[in-house]
Write a protein that binds this ligand. Structure first.
Ligand code: NAD
Length: 464
Protein backbone atom coordinates (compact mmCIF):
# COMPACT_ATOMS: atom_id res chain seq x y z
CA UNK A 1 0.00 0.00 0.00
CA UNK A 2 1.30 3.47 -0.87
CA UNK A 3 2.21 5.70 2.01
CA UNK A 4 0.15 8.81 2.50
CA UNK A 5 1.50 11.71 4.53
CA UNK A 6 -1.17 13.01 6.85
CA UNK A 7 -1.41 16.76 7.38
CA UNK A 8 -0.13 17.82 10.82
CA UNK A 9 -3.02 18.76 13.09
CA UNK A 10 -1.54 22.17 13.90
CA UNK A 11 -1.32 22.96 10.16
CA UNK A 12 -5.06 22.57 9.64
CA UNK A 13 -6.22 25.92 11.13
CA UNK A 14 -3.39 27.63 9.22
CA UNK A 15 -4.62 26.16 5.94
CA UNK A 16 -8.14 27.33 6.73
CA UNK A 17 -6.86 30.83 7.52
CA UNK A 18 -4.72 30.94 4.35
CA UNK A 19 -7.68 29.98 2.15
CA UNK A 20 -9.88 32.58 3.88
CA UNK A 21 -7.25 35.30 3.39
CA UNK A 22 -6.82 34.40 -0.28
CA UNK A 23 -10.58 34.45 -0.76
CA UNK A 24 -10.79 37.90 0.83
CA UNK A 25 -8.21 39.19 -1.67
CA UNK A 26 -11.12 39.32 -4.13
CA UNK A 27 -9.34 37.66 -7.05
CA UNK A 28 -11.98 34.97 -7.43
CA UNK A 29 -14.53 37.62 -8.44
CA UNK A 30 -13.19 37.70 -11.97
CA UNK A 31 -14.73 35.24 -14.41
CA UNK A 32 -11.42 35.04 -16.30
CA UNK A 33 -9.70 33.89 -13.13
CA UNK A 34 -12.33 31.21 -12.53
CA UNK A 35 -12.16 29.95 -16.10
CA UNK A 36 -8.37 29.79 -15.97
CA UNK A 37 -8.50 27.71 -12.78
CA UNK A 38 -11.19 25.39 -14.19
CA UNK A 39 -8.99 24.76 -17.24
CA UNK A 40 -6.08 24.03 -14.92
CA UNK A 41 -8.14 21.26 -13.26
CA UNK A 42 -8.54 19.77 -16.74
CA UNK A 43 -4.80 20.02 -17.45
CA UNK A 44 -3.94 18.54 -14.06
CA UNK A 45 -5.98 15.45 -14.94
CA UNK A 46 -4.94 15.26 -18.57
CA UNK A 47 -1.19 15.66 -17.93
CA UNK A 48 -1.27 13.03 -15.20
CA UNK A 49 -3.87 10.61 -16.47
CA UNK A 50 -1.48 7.64 -16.40
CA UNK A 51 -0.41 8.41 -12.85
CA UNK A 52 -4.03 8.63 -11.71
CA UNK A 53 -4.83 5.35 -13.44
CA UNK A 54 -1.87 3.68 -11.74
CA UNK A 55 -2.91 5.15 -8.39
CA UNK A 56 -6.41 3.78 -8.75
CA UNK A 57 -5.04 0.44 -9.87
CA UNK A 58 -3.02 0.36 -6.66
CA UNK A 59 -5.88 1.55 -4.41
CA UNK A 60 -8.79 -0.32 -5.95
CA UNK A 61 -7.23 -2.87 -8.31
CA UNK A 62 -9.08 -0.86 -10.94
CA UNK A 63 -8.73 -1.70 -14.66
CA UNK A 64 -7.65 1.46 -16.49
CA UNK A 65 -10.68 1.30 -18.77
CA UNK A 66 -13.00 1.49 -15.78
CA UNK A 67 -11.12 4.55 -14.51
CA UNK A 68 -11.61 6.23 -17.87
CA UNK A 69 -15.31 5.47 -17.90
CA UNK A 70 -16.21 6.12 -14.28
CA UNK A 71 -13.75 8.84 -13.33
CA UNK A 72 -12.14 10.64 -16.24
CA UNK A 73 -14.93 10.93 -18.81
CA UNK A 74 -17.53 12.47 -16.47
CA UNK A 75 -14.93 14.73 -14.82
CA UNK A 76 -13.69 16.09 -18.17
CA UNK A 77 -17.32 16.70 -19.08
CA UNK A 78 -17.73 18.72 -15.87
CA UNK A 79 -14.64 20.80 -16.68
CA UNK A 80 -16.18 21.64 -20.04
CA UNK A 81 -19.67 22.34 -18.69
CA UNK A 82 -18.33 24.69 -16.01
CA UNK A 83 -15.90 26.42 -18.40
CA UNK A 84 -18.58 26.95 -21.07
CA UNK A 85 -21.30 28.11 -18.67
CA UNK A 86 -19.74 29.93 -15.73
CA UNK A 87 -20.09 33.31 -17.40
CA UNK A 88 -23.80 32.68 -17.98
CA UNK A 89 -24.30 31.28 -14.47
CA UNK A 90 -22.86 34.33 -12.76
CA UNK A 91 -24.66 36.90 -14.90
CA UNK A 92 -26.96 38.94 -12.61
CA UNK A 93 -30.60 38.03 -13.10
CA UNK A 94 -33.37 40.61 -13.15
CA UNK A 95 -36.42 39.89 -11.01
CA UNK A 96 -39.57 39.30 -13.09
CA UNK A 97 -41.08 42.55 -14.41
CA UNK A 98 -43.52 44.28 -12.04
CA UNK A 99 -44.93 47.74 -12.71
CA UNK A 100 -44.28 48.87 -9.12
CA UNK A 101 -40.72 47.55 -8.93
CA UNK A 102 -38.99 47.73 -12.29
CA UNK A 103 -37.62 51.22 -11.70
CA UNK A 104 -35.70 49.90 -8.68
CA UNK A 105 -33.79 47.38 -10.83
CA UNK A 106 -34.38 44.41 -8.53
CA UNK A 107 -31.71 41.77 -9.21
CA UNK A 108 -30.13 38.55 -8.04
CA UNK A 109 -26.38 38.07 -8.16
CA UNK A 110 -24.63 34.71 -7.65
CA UNK A 111 -22.01 35.50 -5.01
CA UNK A 112 -19.45 33.08 -3.62
CA UNK A 113 -19.98 31.78 -0.11
CA UNK A 114 -16.28 31.88 0.82
CA UNK A 115 -14.18 28.75 1.39
CA UNK A 116 -15.76 25.38 0.63
CA UNK A 117 -14.66 22.17 2.35
CA UNK A 118 -15.00 18.99 0.29
CA UNK A 119 -14.79 15.66 2.15
CA UNK A 120 -15.02 12.88 -0.42
CA UNK A 121 -15.35 9.10 -0.54
CA UNK A 122 -12.90 6.56 -1.90
CA UNK A 123 -14.92 4.83 -4.57
CA UNK A 124 -14.81 7.11 -7.64
CA UNK A 125 -12.28 9.54 -6.24
CA UNK A 126 -11.38 11.67 -9.26
CA UNK A 127 -15.03 12.45 -9.99
CA UNK A 128 -16.05 12.84 -6.34
CA UNK A 129 -13.15 15.13 -5.48
CA UNK A 130 -12.74 17.18 -8.65
CA UNK A 131 -16.40 17.81 -9.44
CA UNK A 132 -17.18 19.71 -6.21
CA UNK A 133 -13.83 21.52 -6.63
CA UNK A 134 -14.89 22.64 -10.12
CA UNK A 135 -18.21 23.90 -8.70
CA UNK A 136 -16.40 25.73 -5.90
CA UNK A 137 -14.10 27.44 -8.41
CA UNK A 138 -17.00 28.33 -10.74
CA UNK A 139 -18.83 29.85 -7.78
CA UNK A 140 -15.79 32.03 -6.97
CA UNK A 141 -14.87 30.26 -3.75
CA UNK A 142 -11.67 29.04 -2.19
CA UNK A 143 -11.66 25.30 -1.57
CA UNK A 144 -10.04 22.73 0.72
CA UNK A 145 -10.15 19.10 -0.37
CA UNK A 146 -10.10 16.21 2.09
CA UNK A 147 -9.88 13.08 -0.08
CA UNK A 148 -10.32 9.64 1.43
CA UNK A 149 -7.51 8.06 3.43
CA UNK A 150 -8.72 4.71 2.06
CA UNK A 151 -7.22 5.54 -1.35
CA UNK A 152 -3.68 6.51 -0.26
CA UNK A 153 -2.10 6.55 -3.73
CA UNK A 154 -4.83 8.75 -5.16
CA UNK A 155 -4.92 11.12 -2.18
CA UNK A 156 -1.12 11.51 -2.19
CA UNK A 157 -1.23 12.37 -5.88
CA UNK A 158 -3.93 14.99 -5.35
CA UNK A 159 -1.89 16.57 -2.55
CA UNK A 160 1.13 16.72 -4.87
CA UNK A 161 -0.67 18.10 -7.93
CA UNK A 162 -3.27 20.58 -6.69
CA UNK A 163 -0.72 23.18 -5.48
CA UNK A 164 1.26 22.78 -8.74
CA UNK A 165 -1.69 23.38 -11.05
CA UNK A 166 -4.02 25.66 -9.09
CA UNK A 167 -3.68 28.88 -7.12
CA UNK A 168 -1.91 27.45 -4.05
CA UNK A 169 -3.31 30.04 -1.66
CA UNK A 170 -6.93 29.48 -2.59
CA UNK A 171 -7.05 25.73 -3.16
CA UNK A 172 -5.59 23.26 -0.68
CA UNK A 173 -5.52 19.56 0.14
CA UNK A 174 -5.60 18.16 3.65
CA UNK A 175 -4.94 14.45 4.08
CA UNK A 176 -5.75 12.29 7.03
CA UNK A 177 -8.21 10.07 8.82
CA UNK A 178 -10.67 10.62 11.64
CA UNK A 179 -8.48 12.85 13.93
CA UNK A 180 -7.58 15.16 11.04
CA UNK A 181 -11.15 15.33 9.73
CA UNK A 182 -12.46 15.96 13.24
CA UNK A 183 -10.05 18.88 13.55
CA UNK A 184 -11.10 20.18 10.15
CA UNK A 185 -14.75 20.06 11.19
CA UNK A 186 -14.10 22.28 14.22
CA UNK A 187 -13.43 25.19 11.87
CA UNK A 188 -16.00 27.64 10.48
CA UNK A 189 -16.24 26.73 6.79
CA UNK A 190 -18.57 28.63 4.50
CA UNK A 191 -20.00 25.48 2.91
CA UNK A 192 -19.27 21.76 3.28
CA UNK A 193 -19.77 19.12 0.60
CA UNK A 194 -19.61 15.66 2.16
CA UNK A 195 -19.74 12.51 0.02
CA UNK A 196 -19.75 9.22 1.93
CA UNK A 197 -21.76 7.08 4.28
CA UNK A 198 -24.72 8.31 6.32
CA UNK A 199 -23.15 7.61 9.74
CA UNK A 200 -20.35 10.07 9.03
CA UNK A 201 -22.84 12.32 7.22
CA UNK A 202 -24.57 12.85 10.56
CA UNK A 203 -21.22 13.68 12.22
CA UNK A 204 -20.47 16.23 9.51
CA UNK A 205 -23.93 17.83 9.67
CA UNK A 206 -23.74 18.05 13.47
CA UNK A 207 -20.31 19.69 13.39
CA UNK A 208 -21.43 22.10 10.66
CA UNK A 209 -24.46 23.10 12.72
CA UNK A 210 -22.16 24.56 15.41
CA UNK A 211 -21.13 27.23 12.91
CA UNK A 212 -24.44 27.31 11.01
CA UNK A 213 -22.44 26.15 7.99
CA UNK A 214 -24.62 24.97 5.10
CA UNK A 215 -23.95 21.40 4.01
CA UNK A 216 -24.44 19.27 0.93
CA UNK A 217 -24.72 15.60 1.92
CA UNK A 218 -24.24 12.95 -0.76
CA UNK A 219 -24.90 9.65 0.95
CA UNK A 220 -25.69 6.08 -0.03
CA UNK A 221 -28.36 3.45 0.39
CA UNK A 222 -29.76 0.42 -1.38
CA UNK A 223 -30.89 0.99 -4.95
CA UNK A 224 -33.72 -1.29 -6.08
CA UNK A 225 -34.46 -2.59 -9.57
CA UNK A 226 -37.96 -3.54 -10.65
CA UNK A 227 -38.06 -6.00 -13.55
CA UNK A 228 -41.07 -6.38 -15.83
CA UNK A 229 -41.30 -9.97 -17.17
CA UNK A 230 -41.85 -8.43 -20.62
CA UNK A 231 -38.37 -6.80 -20.49
CA UNK A 232 -35.61 -7.86 -22.90
CA UNK A 233 -34.03 -10.35 -20.54
CA UNK A 234 -30.56 -10.52 -22.15
CA UNK A 235 -30.19 -6.72 -22.20
CA UNK A 236 -31.51 -6.48 -18.64
CA UNK A 237 -29.00 -9.07 -17.44
CA UNK A 238 -26.04 -7.40 -19.18
CA UNK A 239 -26.80 -3.93 -17.87
CA UNK A 240 -27.55 -5.16 -14.36
CA UNK A 241 -24.30 -7.09 -14.14
CA UNK A 242 -22.25 -4.24 -15.53
CA UNK A 243 -23.80 -1.77 -13.07
CA UNK A 244 -23.36 -4.10 -10.13
CA UNK A 245 -19.86 -5.44 -10.86
CA UNK A 246 -18.11 -2.28 -12.16
CA UNK A 247 -15.61 -1.04 -9.58
CA UNK A 248 -16.43 -4.27 -7.72
CA UNK A 249 -19.82 -2.91 -6.76
CA UNK A 250 -18.42 0.17 -5.04
CA UNK A 251 -20.62 2.71 -6.79
CA UNK A 252 -23.22 4.69 -4.87
CA UNK A 253 -25.83 4.34 -7.63
CA UNK A 254 -25.16 0.65 -8.36
CA UNK A 255 -28.22 -1.60 -8.44
CA UNK A 256 -28.23 -3.47 -5.11
CA UNK A 257 -31.25 -5.73 -5.30
CA UNK A 258 -33.63 -6.85 -8.03
CA UNK A 259 -37.35 -7.26 -7.41
CA UNK A 260 -38.27 -9.89 -9.99
CA UNK A 261 -41.61 -11.66 -10.50
CA UNK A 262 -41.17 -15.16 -9.02
CA UNK A 263 -42.23 -16.86 -12.28
CA UNK A 264 -39.57 -14.88 -14.18
CA UNK A 265 -36.65 -15.47 -11.81
CA UNK A 266 -35.39 -18.62 -13.63
CA UNK A 267 -35.34 -16.81 -16.96
CA UNK A 268 -33.47 -13.83 -15.46
CA UNK A 269 -30.98 -16.10 -13.68
CA UNK A 270 -30.31 -17.92 -16.97
CA UNK A 271 -29.60 -14.63 -18.75
CA UNK A 272 -27.45 -13.38 -15.85
CA UNK A 273 -25.36 -16.57 -16.01
CA UNK A 274 -24.87 -16.10 -19.76
CA UNK A 275 -23.79 -12.47 -19.25
CA UNK A 276 -21.47 -13.51 -16.41
CA UNK A 277 -19.78 -16.14 -18.61
CA UNK A 278 -19.35 -13.54 -21.37
CA UNK A 279 -17.87 -10.94 -18.97
CA UNK A 280 -15.41 -13.33 -17.30
CA UNK A 281 -14.69 -16.18 -19.76
CA UNK A 282 -11.76 -17.46 -17.67
CA UNK A 283 -13.41 -16.70 -14.33
CA UNK A 284 -13.33 -13.37 -12.46
CA UNK A 285 -10.42 -14.12 -10.08
CA UNK A 286 -7.79 -13.79 -12.81
CA UNK A 287 -9.73 -11.36 -14.98
CA UNK A 288 -8.08 -8.00 -15.62
CA UNK A 289 -11.57 -6.53 -16.03
CA UNK A 290 -12.59 -6.75 -12.39
CA UNK A 291 -11.64 -4.43 -9.51
CA UNK A 292 -10.79 -5.17 -5.89
CA UNK A 293 -12.44 -4.01 -2.66
CA UNK A 294 -10.82 -0.91 -1.20
CA UNK A 295 -9.63 -2.52 2.07
CA UNK A 296 -9.54 -6.02 3.60
CA UNK A 297 -11.85 -4.73 6.34
CA UNK A 298 -14.52 -3.92 3.74
CA UNK A 299 -13.88 -7.28 1.98
CA UNK A 300 -14.38 -9.05 5.33
CA UNK A 301 -17.60 -7.07 5.95
CA UNK A 302 -19.04 -8.14 2.58
CA UNK A 303 -17.95 -11.75 3.15
CA UNK A 304 -19.80 -11.75 6.50
CA UNK A 305 -22.97 -10.56 4.75
CA UNK A 306 -22.56 -13.33 2.15
CA UNK A 307 -21.85 -16.02 4.75
CA UNK A 308 -25.04 -15.10 6.59
CA UNK A 309 -27.39 -15.07 3.60
CA UNK A 310 -30.18 -17.61 3.42
CA UNK A 311 -30.53 -17.04 -0.31
CA UNK A 312 -29.03 -19.39 -2.91
CA UNK A 313 -25.70 -18.42 -4.44
CA UNK A 314 -25.98 -18.82 -8.21
CA UNK A 315 -22.43 -17.82 -9.15
CA UNK A 316 -19.46 -16.48 -7.18
CA UNK A 317 -19.74 -16.41 -3.41
CA UNK A 318 -16.03 -16.88 -2.69
CA UNK A 319 -13.72 -14.24 -1.23
CA UNK A 320 -10.04 -13.79 -0.39
CA UNK A 321 -10.10 -11.13 2.27
CA UNK A 322 -6.30 -10.64 2.40
CA UNK A 323 -6.24 -9.98 -1.36
CA UNK A 324 -9.30 -7.70 -1.05
CA UNK A 325 -11.10 -9.97 -3.51
CA UNK A 326 -14.81 -10.69 -3.40
CA UNK A 327 -16.02 -12.66 -6.41
CA UNK A 328 -18.81 -11.11 -8.46
CA UNK A 329 -21.76 -12.92 -6.95
CA UNK A 330 -25.43 -13.47 -7.77
CA UNK A 331 -27.76 -14.63 -5.00
CA UNK A 332 -31.33 -15.71 -5.75
CA UNK A 333 -34.43 -16.33 -3.63
CA UNK A 334 -33.45 -13.73 -1.08
CA UNK A 335 -36.23 -12.95 1.37
CA UNK A 336 -37.19 -10.08 3.63
CA UNK A 337 -34.93 -9.96 6.70
CA UNK A 338 -31.89 -11.49 4.92
CA UNK A 339 -28.37 -10.22 5.71
CA UNK A 340 -28.07 -8.96 2.13
CA UNK A 341 -31.10 -6.72 2.55
CA UNK A 342 -30.03 -4.93 5.73
CA UNK A 343 -27.18 -2.45 5.11
CA UNK A 344 -25.77 -1.19 1.83
CA UNK A 345 -23.49 -3.95 0.50
CA UNK A 346 -21.21 -1.66 -1.53
CA UNK A 347 -19.66 -4.73 -3.10
CA UNK A 348 -20.11 -7.04 -6.11
CA UNK A 349 -23.20 -8.92 -4.92
CA UNK A 350 -26.40 -8.83 -6.93
CA UNK A 351 -29.39 -9.90 -4.87
CA UNK A 352 -32.56 -11.28 -6.47
CA UNK A 353 -35.73 -10.92 -4.44
CA UNK A 354 -38.75 -12.76 -5.91
CA UNK A 355 -42.07 -10.89 -5.66
CA UNK A 356 -45.59 -11.55 -6.91
CA UNK A 357 -45.87 -8.51 -9.15
CA UNK A 358 -44.99 -4.81 -9.45
CA UNK A 359 -47.43 -3.88 -6.66
CA UNK A 360 -45.47 -6.01 -4.22
CA UNK A 361 -42.21 -4.57 -5.59
CA UNK A 362 -43.48 -1.02 -5.04
CA UNK A 363 -44.61 -1.86 -1.49
CA UNK A 364 -41.15 -3.34 -0.80
CA UNK A 365 -39.42 -0.14 -1.92
CA UNK A 366 -41.85 2.12 -0.08
CA UNK A 367 -41.23 0.28 3.17
CA UNK A 368 -37.57 1.37 3.03
CA UNK A 369 -35.52 4.59 3.04
CA UNK A 370 -35.48 6.63 -0.16
CA UNK A 371 -32.55 5.44 -2.32
CA UNK A 372 -30.28 7.36 -4.67
CA UNK A 373 -31.80 5.56 -7.66
CA UNK A 374 -34.77 3.39 -8.60
CA UNK A 375 -34.26 1.31 -11.74
CA UNK A 376 -36.96 -0.20 -13.93
CA UNK A 377 -36.51 -2.66 -16.80
CA UNK A 378 -39.59 -2.65 -18.98
CA UNK A 379 -40.78 -1.93 -22.53
CA UNK A 380 -43.99 -0.44 -21.11
CA UNK A 381 -44.29 3.27 -20.28
CA UNK A 382 -47.30 2.64 -17.99
CA UNK A 383 -45.30 0.09 -15.94
CA UNK A 384 -42.43 2.54 -15.67
CA UNK A 385 -44.74 5.40 -14.58
CA UNK A 386 -46.45 3.24 -12.00
CA UNK A 387 -43.14 2.42 -10.30
CA UNK A 388 -41.76 5.96 -10.45
CA UNK A 389 -45.02 7.66 -9.43
CA UNK A 390 -45.23 5.51 -6.31
CA UNK A 391 -41.62 5.73 -5.12
CA UNK A 392 -39.10 8.45 -4.31
CA UNK A 393 -35.38 8.53 -5.17
CA UNK A 394 -32.58 10.78 -6.41
CA UNK A 395 -32.83 9.27 -9.91
CA UNK A 396 -35.50 7.32 -11.83
CA UNK A 397 -33.88 5.34 -14.64
CA UNK A 398 -35.36 2.98 -17.22
CA UNK A 399 -33.57 0.09 -18.92
CA UNK A 400 -30.17 1.26 -17.69
CA UNK A 401 -28.07 1.43 -14.53
CA UNK A 402 -25.43 3.79 -13.09
CA UNK A 403 -24.68 5.98 -16.12
CA UNK A 404 -27.22 8.71 -15.29
CA UNK A 405 -24.68 9.95 -12.71
CA UNK A 406 -22.24 10.84 -15.51
CA UNK A 407 -24.59 12.62 -17.91
CA UNK A 408 -23.84 16.36 -18.19
CA UNK A 409 -26.88 18.38 -17.15
CA UNK A 410 -28.17 15.73 -14.73
CA UNK A 411 -27.00 16.57 -11.21
CA UNK A 412 -26.29 13.85 -8.65
CA UNK A 413 -28.24 14.04 -5.41
CA UNK A 414 -30.31 12.03 -3.00
CA UNK A 415 -33.54 12.51 -1.11
CA UNK A 416 -34.31 11.60 2.49
CA UNK A 417 -31.64 9.32 3.91
CA UNK A 418 -29.66 9.24 0.64
CA UNK A 419 -28.75 12.88 1.22
CA UNK A 420 -29.62 16.43 0.27
CA UNK A 421 -28.30 18.94 -2.22
CA UNK A 422 -26.54 18.22 -5.50
CA UNK A 423 -23.18 18.04 -7.15
CA UNK A 424 -22.17 18.52 -10.79
CA UNK A 425 -23.27 21.16 -13.27
CA UNK A 426 -25.44 24.17 -12.60
CA UNK A 427 -27.07 22.64 -9.53
CA UNK A 428 -23.63 21.87 -8.05
CA UNK A 429 -22.62 25.47 -8.69
CA UNK A 430 -25.80 26.74 -7.00
CA UNK A 431 -24.91 24.80 -3.83
CA UNK A 432 -21.80 26.90 -3.30
CA UNK A 433 -23.13 30.37 -4.10
CA UNK A 434 -25.72 32.50 -2.44
CA UNK A 435 -28.16 34.69 -4.30
CA UNK A 436 -27.49 38.22 -3.14
CA UNK A 437 -30.45 40.43 -3.94
CA UNK A 438 -30.01 44.06 -4.88
CA UNK A 439 -32.25 47.03 -5.49
CA UNK A 440 -31.53 50.67 -6.27
CA UNK A 441 -34.51 52.95 -5.74
CA UNK A 442 -34.54 56.43 -7.31
CA UNK A 443 -36.09 59.28 -5.28
CA UNK A 444 -39.00 59.95 -7.68
CA UNK A 445 -40.50 56.53 -6.87
CA UNK A 446 -41.69 57.90 -3.50
CA UNK A 447 -43.58 60.70 -5.20
CA UNK A 448 -45.15 58.46 -7.85
CA UNK A 449 -45.74 55.07 -6.26
CA UNK A 450 -44.59 54.52 -2.74
CA UNK A 451 -45.67 57.74 -1.00
CA UNK A 452 -48.43 55.96 0.97
CA UNK A 453 -45.98 53.92 3.04
CA UNK A 454 -45.02 56.85 5.23
CA UNK A 455 -47.15 57.61 8.31
CA UNK A 456 -49.68 58.92 8.96
CA UNK A 457 -51.38 55.97 7.11
CA UNK A 458 -54.31 56.55 4.81
CA UNK A 459 -56.15 54.21 2.44
CA UNK A 460 -53.73 51.89 0.63
CA UNK A 461 -53.81 52.29 -3.13
CA UNK A 462 -50.87 49.93 -3.74
CA UNK A 463 -51.58 46.70 -5.55
CA UNK A 464 -49.47 44.52 -7.77
P1 NAD B 1 -14.77 6.80 3.09
O1 NAD B 1 -14.40 5.76 4.08
O2 NAD B 1 -13.79 7.18 2.04
O3 NAD B 1 -15.23 8.08 3.92
C1 NAD B 1 -15.70 9.25 3.28
C2 NAD B 1 -15.01 10.44 3.88
O4 NAD B 1 -15.42 10.58 5.25
C3 NAD B 1 -13.49 10.30 3.90
O5 NAD B 1 -12.90 11.47 3.40
C4 NAD B 1 -13.18 10.07 5.38
O6 NAD B 1 -11.92 10.56 5.77
C5 NAD B 1 -14.30 10.81 6.07
N1 NAD B 1 -14.55 10.30 7.42
C6 NAD B 1 -14.51 9.01 7.81
N2 NAD B 1 -14.81 8.93 9.14
C7 NAD B 1 -15.02 10.20 9.57
C8 NAD B 1 -15.39 10.78 10.83
N3 NAD B 1 -15.58 10.03 11.91
N4 NAD B 1 -15.53 12.12 10.89
C9 NAD B 1 -15.36 12.88 9.79
N5 NAD B 1 -15.03 12.39 8.56
C10 NAD B 1 -14.86 11.07 8.46
O7 NAD B 1 -16.04 6.36 2.28
P2 NAD B 1 -17.42 5.76 2.76
O8 NAD B 1 -18.09 6.66 3.69
O9 NAD B 1 -17.26 4.33 3.10
O10 NAD B 1 -18.10 5.86 1.30
C11 NAD B 1 -18.99 4.97 0.83
C12 NAD B 1 -20.40 5.52 1.01
O11 NAD B 1 -20.52 6.73 0.30
C13 NAD B 1 -21.46 4.62 0.47
O12 NAD B 1 -22.56 4.65 1.33
C14 NAD B 1 -21.80 5.24 -0.86
O13 NAD B 1 -23.09 4.92 -1.32
C15 NAD B 1 -21.65 6.70 -0.53
N6 NAD B 1 -21.40 7.49 -1.73
C16 NAD B 1 -22.35 8.37 -2.11
C17 NAD B 1 -22.18 9.11 -3.26
C18 NAD B 1 -23.24 10.04 -3.73
O14 NAD B 1 -23.05 10.67 -4.74
N7 NAD B 1 -24.36 10.15 -3.07
C19 NAD B 1 -21.00 8.96 -4.01
C20 NAD B 1 -20.04 8.07 -3.56
C21 NAD B 1 -20.24 7.33 -2.42
Amino acid sequence: MSTLTYTQLEEIPKIHAAAQAAFRSGRTKSVEFRKAQIVQVGYMLQDNEDRFKEALHSDLGRPHQETELLDFNPTYAEVKVAYDNVEKWIKPQNAPFGINWFAMKPRLTAEPKGVVLVISAFNVPVFLTMTPLISAIAGGNGCVLKPSEQTPAFSALVAELVPKYLDPELYHVINGGVPETTKILELPWDHIVYIGNARVGRIVATAAAQHLTPVTLELGGKNPVVVDPRADVALTARRLLWGRFSNAGQICVAPEYVLVPAHFQDALVGALKDAYAAFYPDGPATSDSFSRIVTSAHAARIKRMLDATEGTVVVGGDADVEKRYVAPTIVRDVKEGDSLLSDEIFGPVLTLVPVKDEDEAIAFIRAREHPLAVYVFTPDAAFERKVFDNTMSGAAVTNETVISAGVPGLPVGGVGSSGYGYYTGKQGFEEVIHWRVSLKNPGWVDRLVLHFRFPPYRVCVFAE
